[in-house]
Design a protein around this ligand. Structure first.
Ligand code: ADP
Ligand code: MG
Length: 761
């Protein structure tokens, strides 16, 4: 085999850079470098990244260059037939691309891009339409336009600020205009008279002349090489649009022909999707905007499908449960007759949903979402009753001791009235009690165990654990959830007060069925919320003083613990000292912040619950779910710094008693967005509405960005826009799971990477 044969093959096959596995251009580039022919290496690199119509000419140049070099061109058999690299191209590091060395690669790494595959899935955030240039005469002041013309003249000058200003006059048929660059004097050389120029930028009025301040430009031959719809990528300092575009192009050339579909063929047809390689090509190098949407849809569907499948595969329980029949109605009658109130319709509905799950042979996996105060504990109690009636044991876990205690205080008497035994097991349980409880659990004489996570981690042995309940679940990721269930034949009930919009919940919790408690028990007085600016500060303090004089308690939330943060946020510690000394000298204040040890925090919370202090000054660490009915005021300082979901969570700490409660947002909102947040939170108590608004303001990235979910960032799908796709993907997963069928090889490989990622989450 001779190199000239390879060139002939490349020519004959239409210059697709495919004559050699892994890319002809790259192959030749490496060969030329190995033989020290720099010019050839350069041409070969150029070949790899050029558009196909520019390639025949390049190929001719390459051939000529090779002949001139008079070097031996016979190839060892191995090199010509075997791929340049053993790895699949998508796994190659970016340094495998011509023009990307270690330094460049480090810049790409900042964008999270390490391999060619990463780069190919780094989709443009937008496109610039170059199909139609505006005519110079029509360019409006203030607008962003794309203009094309020929250079009349160009000159540089130095501004007083020290900047160099390059001004280039150019014209089209309709008129002429100046294009202006700052600090790029080296361009002057290229802006010769009559050279073609394409510029993109904003039209400004400078010294009474309309000028275009250039954001992007192409000169001469570059214009023809620029695609009609130019992809625009999110950048990082030191890495420009052209560099990313070139790298993506080179990566695609290198991987073309090796980007197999990850999903089964029948789904592609059923959902009218493109082939993966096609979709990737269109997204990066589009010719028709209509196709961009089809391609985006293809990749978004793939993304949502794989994430959900990964979650489901992660969670699939294998064992079936042999259930003992239970008379639900009799059970429920006995349960409700022991309550001082009647259950809300929402509570009853959710209990029935759970009871239906508990009749199925496969283990239950259910998420109960209910705003603070919606009565999730009663739902848990009802579930425990059915589990125990069927002869099995239940465990209820809370994230902290104080919450575990609170649950135990509520549940123990209630369960006892149903003839069920229960115990509390936490870090504070004494050794003797602990031994006894463990023995009872193992012997099966204990029906329900309440505690912290330590319950399942400490190797507590149950005789027959039937149901694991976890409260305030948003702190646990996908992986923890799987561990939580422990044995595969255990039912899992997850309760959370974090209102998550349905579409998002379906993705994050694809392994759970969803129940929603969308009704508060009657007779609740909704918390009154007031957003006020700093001029009200003293009045607010007087109000808090009056409330505490009546024997009530108040929370005061400050956003940051330390002053080190340069922004002027109130420090909880300072605020505490200031308030105790100057504002509330006659009240008992206590302090709670994230730098305290967990045991200290619990103690402060417990003391506040027991009314050993009147005012708790705290950062946002205030325990979720702790019931302090006597606390009627929540003052949030610098409220503009908080997101809606967080404000709502904080507000949920009050309004749990019969007295009217007040949430006061002391703010200095400057931006429109912050003012909007203050308005929305004052107007509604509906957690779901707030969550939707929050998500819209911040974008789902925030949700996914938090590693606590243990899920990767979405690369292309949009939770709102793609909600219908999400549902389709969810439907399509079912048969796959039911038949235990596999994805194509590449799909399985991707899936196992996702599962690895989630396992570390
Ligand atoms: P969540 O955990 O959902 O925030 P809880 O279970 O702590 O709410 O319930 C909040 C309060 O409401 C508790 O004091 C509880 O006894 C009470 N409660 C629960 N269900 C009802 C109901 N159906 N009617 C009246 N009060 C209820
Ligand atoms: Mg609760």
């Amino acid at each position: 085999m001779d190199l000239f044969d390879v060139i002939a093959k490349e020519k004959a096959s239409g210059c697709h850079d495919a004559a050699v596995f892994g890319g002809f251009g790259l192959f030749l580039h490496n060969w030329a470098e190995a033989h020290g022919i720099q010019e050839l290496a350069r041409l070969a690199g150029l070949y790899a990244i050029s558009a196909s119509d520019a390639r025949p000419a390049l190929l001719a140049e390459i051939e000529a260059c090779l002949r001139q070099s008079e070097i031996r061109t016979d190839l060892p058999q191995k090199t010509a037939t075997k791929p340049a690299a053993e790895q699949p191209a998508v796994q190659l590091p970016l340094t495998a691309l011509p023009g990307i060395g270690e330094q460049r690669a480090a810049l790409f790494a900042r964008l999270g891009l390490h391999t060619l595959g990463d780069l190919l899935e780094y989709f443009p955030r937008d496109y610039r339409d170059r199909r139609q240039a505006t005519s110079i005469a029509e360019a409006q002041i203030g607008s962003l336009v794309y203009l094309r013309g020929r250079v009349i003249s160009a000159e540089t000058a130095r501004a007083r600020s020290g900047k160099t200003i390059l001004t280039c006059f150019f014209r089209d048929e309709s008129g002429s205009m100046a294009a202006i660059w700052f600090n790029q004097p080296f361009l002057l050389r290229r802006l010769q008279k009559d050279v073609e120029l394409a510029v993109y930028g904003r039209i400004e009025n400078r010294y009474n002349n309309l000028s275009l301040v250039v954001q992007d430009y192409r000169i001469g031959k570059e214009i023809a090489d620029t695609p009609p719809l130019e992809p625009l990528y999110a950048l990082t300092a030191g890495l420009g649009q052209k560099a990313v575009q070139a790298a993506v192009r080179a990566a695609f050339q290198r991987c073309r022909g090796h980007l197999p579909d990850l999903l089964p063929e029948n789904l592609r047809e059923k959902r009218l999707l493109l082939h993966r390689e096609q979709a990737i090509e269109i997204l990066h190098f589009p010719e028709d905007p209509a196709m961009v949407e089809v391609a985006r849809r293809t990749m978004a569907y793939e993304e949502l499908f794989l994430i959900q499948l990964a979650i489901r595969r992660n969670a699939i329980p294998t064992k079936k449960i042999r259930r003992q029949a239970v008379d639900d109605q009799a059970l429920l009658n006995k349960f409700t007759s022991a309550l001082p109130f009647s259950l809300t319709r929402a509570q009853l509905r959710v209990i029935h949903e759970i009871y239906a799950d508990l009749d199925q042979p496969q283990p239950m996996s259910r998420l109960v979402q209910g705003d603070v105060g919606s009565g999730k504990t009663m739902v848990a109690a009802a579930a425990i009753c059915k589990c125990c009636a069927a002869g099995r044991q239940a465990a209820l876990m809370a994230p902290t001791e104080i919450l575990a205690q609170q649950h135990f205080q509520t549940l123990a008497p209630l369960l006892l009235s149903q003839g069920l035994t229960s115990a509390l097991l936490t870090g504070h349980t004494g050794a003797a009690d602990r031994r006894l409880i463990l023995a009872q659990a193992e012997a099966g004489v204990l029906d329900c165990l309440v505690g912290t996570q330590a319950l399942i981690q400490d190797g507590v042995k149950f005789s027959q654990l039937g149901l694991a309940i976890t409260d305030e679940q948003h702190r646990f990721g996908v992986a923890q959830r799987a561990r939580l269930r422990g044995r595969p034949a255990t039912d899992l009930l997850v309760m959370t007060a974090t209102p998550i919009p349905r579409t998002l919940a379906m993705t994050l919790y694809a392994d759970l069925r969803l129940s929603i408690l969308d009704e508060l028990p009657p007779g609740r007085k909704p918390v009154k919320t007031y957003a006020v600016d700093l001029s009200y500060e003293q009045r607010v303090y007087r109000f808090i003083d009056r409330e505490t004089a009546k024997g009530r308690q108040a929370f005061i939330v400050a956003p940051l613990v330390e002053e080190t943060d340069s922004v002027a946020a109130a420090s909880a510690t300072q605020l505490y000292a200031h308030l105790q000394k100057n504002i509330f000298p006659n009240r008992r204040l206590s302090l709670l912040h994230g730098r305290m040890k967990p045991a200290e925090k619990e103690q402060v919370m417990a003391d506040f619950r027991d009314h050993k202090s009147d005012i708790l000054v705290a950062t946002t660490v205030i325990e979720v779910g702790v019931d302090i009915p006597n606390a009627t005021v929540m003052l949030i300082c610098n409220a503009e710094r908080f997101g809606l979901a967080q404000l709502h969570q904080l507000r949920g700490r009050i309004g749990r008693g019969s007295a009217q409660s007040y949430c006061i947002l002391l703010h200095q909102a400057q931006s429109e967005l912050a003012r909007e947040r203050m308005r929305i939170i004052s107007e509604t108590n509906d957690g779901f509405r707030l969550a939707e608004a929050d998500l819209q303001q911040r974008g789902p990235g925030e949700f996914f960005g938090q590693r606590q979910h243990g899920l990767p960032q979405l690369k292309i799908a949009d939770i709102f826009r793609d909600a219908p796709l999400l549902e389709l993907a969810q439907q399509d997963i079912q048969p796959l799971l039911a038949h235990g069928s596999k994805l194509p090889e590449a799909g399985e490989a991707r899936l196992s990477r996702l599962l690895d990622y989630m396992a570390c989450g």
